[in-house]
Design a protein. Sequence first.
Lengths: 509, 672
Amino acid sequence: MATTVPARRRRADSFRIHEDVHYMVEEADMIGDGFPDLEEEEQQQQEEAPEEVQQEEQEEEEEEGEPAEDMESNFSESSEEDVVVDSNIQYDMEKLGDTFPGFRQKYRLIKRIGEGTFSTVYKAEDLQYDRYENAWDFEKENDKWTPLPLKSAASSMTLNNDSQEYVNTQKHQQLQRRRKPKFVAIKKIYVTSSPNRILNELELLHDLRGCLSVCPLITAFRETDQVVAILPYFRHADFREYFRKMTVHDISVYLRSLFTALASVHSRNILHRDIKPTNFLYDPETQRGVLVDFGLAEREGIDCKPCLCHEDALTRKTRLRAAHAASRAPSDGYPKQDTRPSRRANRAGTRGFRAPEVLFKCTEQTTKLDIWSAGVILLTILSRRFPFFNSADDVEAMIEIATIFGQKRMRQAGQLHGCMFETTIPTIGTFGFSFERIILWSTCRVDSGEGLSDGEKLAVEFLTRCMDLDPSRRISAEEALEHEFLQMALQPPPAVVPEEDDEMDMLSV
Amino acid sequence: MATVSLSPVAVHLSAMSTSRRLPLSSNPNAANSPMRPSALSLQGSKKSRSHAELLREEAYGQPPPAKRQMVEHAIQRSVVSPSRPRPARTIVHRAVPRPAVGATAATERASQAATYKPSEKELENIRVWQTQIRARFPKMVFYFESIPDEQRSKLARQVTQLGAREEKFFSISITHVVTTRPIPSQKVSHDENDSSADSQAANSQAANEHPKTIDPSLLNRTTDLGLSAPTSVRRKLIFDTNSSRRIPMQVQEDAIKRPKTRNTDVLHRAREMDKKIWSLEKLQKILEMVLEPDPYKSAVLGQNHKTVQGGASTKAHEQSNLLQLLQNERVHGPSDRDPTVVTKELYYFKGPYLYIYDIEEKQKPIMVREYPKVADKKDGEWPQFRVASAGRCPFVEDYDPLERESRQAKTKERTAKAAVAVAAPSLKPPEVPPPKPVTGKRTLAEMENANNRGVASVFDAAESLDRGKVPPSLDFRQNAFRSHAKTGRLLAGEPVASGVQPSHVTSAIRSQMISSTTGVLGAKAGTSKEIHGLQRKVLQKASTPAVSDMSSRRMAEMSHDSNTFIRSASVSRATHRKLDAVDEEDAAQQKSKLRRTVSVPIPQTKQKARDPKPGYCENCQDKFEDFDDHIVSRKHRKFADNDNNWAQLDALLGQLKRVPCDNNHDEEESDW
């Protein structure tokens, strides 16, 4: 009920745009004739396409980051007001401004800061900040959050926004303001995303409001098919810039922040599904981090079918034995023409961060899969290698995990989900390696005989709990916060910086 | 289809062909047995008979005792396992123990295993037994007899793993003979020796008649010399057995040839020499139990083992033959199939593989991938820990030109990655010198001039792409818009990652796909839409598995995907826009592409046309070749403008409005 009025108003506002649209539709008709050609072919792909799309969410950001142009999207904030170079980005920003009447009075787009499968994120200035309650801005009284050099607000004028233009220079604006600019992140969700997907993300974000370390939603609005979400802008550094320099205490602080977010999310039975450094914006200076991008998130238990891993050990064993005994399949070949249905499970996520149960296509996935991904982050930091896993697909991801854990444990992990794990790949040993060994090896300490520091040992112990192949034994976010390693974050950092880590750093850079 | 026919004739054939492998001693119907009626007595006089005749003879000249067996056989099977979806092979692999028991035992085992729970003591026994047997293995030398190559190599690997050794040729040094044939008893074998000595003349006659027969004297020599002519004959037989699985016709032929070895039977020789003779099943059982790290499982296996063995021992001689037949069928594949139907039920792994399937086997394999065999596991293309400098991914090898080159020379080409090499340089890790192809282990250039495998420069690759008659527009556009992160969103993902990795895409198909076309992209030209779609799928999959370098993998995916998109894009554009405009565009992109190939980074800012951004629209459930075109299409607008589609979302958005401050009364535009 309450929504009808604003909705109508919006429609009225958008009338002009509708005209535009009609014009464009006509033009599109001509082009559109080319489509039927494709349609048949696309039919075949339809069923897999959405699933595939999901997995790729925002991978470009971290993985395609090599070209200089994309570096920008990695949120490195050297200068706050970068000039937009790319004309295409410029064009997109112009278009976004046009899409919503009055948009330019409210937000001044600054630059593109990220791009994913379903959205592009821009940094923008919140021009009408003062008109609204800003519960989301917990930095309100605390100015260190946006340390602009020229922020001494001389003028005490009230905000005058009626004639502000998007093209205004920063200086001009500075004069009009009594406070430093407030920045927001504007997430432009592609119009090709289904309303349900958008609804899911926004709904979850809405449910998560007030959660610690979870990026809140300021507002969101729609104009025909274009939906935009306004989120606070968090200053943060590129993971690659700081992860090598982290001391054990730093790691603890970082992870405590991450696990605090996870605990909040998980306590509401929500799975984030895409935990990775790119989605945890962290500012090493303030030691604060927020979890972002709930585009792949889902509620636990939605769309689940029972999986063996939720049975108790005895039932599972019995059923495995029965199935195993009855099974007649050869173990050295597979059917060429297989008409059996494939196992379907949500595998959304980013490669390299997917939990084993996701790879085994467990049909009853839990919040623990986020813990695994967080573990991968920890492994990355401890081994000082990013990315640690580098798989082009799930099969390679599985091989990589198996290389670490070895056949025996992988087999048990597979059986949890009713899977047989077979491999003859010679580099997958029977017992795999311990994390300690892998970290020593990764940091080139194997030869020197140098061991792990006590702090690192604790971290490795914690890592082992996070990267437990068995999701039910894997530590929960709540438990993790009680773990000695994350408790370390609550202590003041050791007065003397552990030289060991610094040395390591020198070596590994 | 793989189902075993239950018609008497079919079973008849099966029984026949396998029973013909029985050594004389255990088979009263053997060719030179006195019990055998007339048909074969003619043999001596007929110097040259066609296989067809032989076949007929085999099929019709069936002696009564065998018939009895067959009937039993048929009954038993129809009761226990009326149909088998595919030939079950009972090879035991150490990764997953798979009991090799007769079909008769399978069901009883199922119930048994479900209820059987080993006690601690039994477990202890198992462990003791495991250690004992493990200790014994290093002294063992195996000779595998009448075992297909694939299986043999697998067994060999397993026994080697346990410290034992496989001897390729029958010699004095072996300790164990493993066979799929019935094992001659001690006593009978002596009888047999006598009788064979008696009928020496007949034997040599038979040998003359069929030149491929192994001459006993030759066999003797083999034992002495190790390597000699009969070796190849032996090999050949094994090979025949192998291929018979695929072409059942040969099973028959094989069955004909096989008995001819009987008089100089290795098994009998082995008996004479007091070698241990194990059935294949026995070895499999043992390996299975030894290699199973889970004592619980071993116990269950052992349990089954006991029952099977016990049952078998109490059965009549014919019945053990029957088991043998079943066992043989399991190993060699059913021999009673319609010989005109090419069998392709199973793809057998040849190289290292990862195979994950649901234990109940009601679903398609969850993951399956095979990698090419390599001599040195370091050359394997699967992810493995590599030598990587600090800070880099441990699964990606740092580029080492020399090493790579030598490897390139070694490896045979798979072309799926051809396009990879073309596009790769711009994605290379920074410290890598630009002109060297980091990426695919095989570039198209290498593939196309196999002799010319020095430094396959990027230019070579580009040129050879041209040679492959790839329409330039495809190839060049793809790169031009690759650098656009936005367009990459559907390209840069991981097409293979989803569960749709089709089990039927084998390396064989893959290579066929490739070799049957002029270039990677050629596959896409001039085919019907369905085929086109399928091929595209195949190529997508084919492109990924082997390259170890991450960027190249991604590029492979991207290029395949994008090629497709581009093709369709250019088609629609060509038909709906001015052709020359397209050409211009292509030319421009061609230039930029060429520059990119040399890895000179050029800013992409001033492009007169925006690159098409292909993708998938969830709302229209359509793939589109250009985002901007699609979102103004009628279909899409129809969806977008229908508020019903957005009702739920609007309801939520209503709750998400920004709340104005109290001191602010200007609410006119406060809805967002």
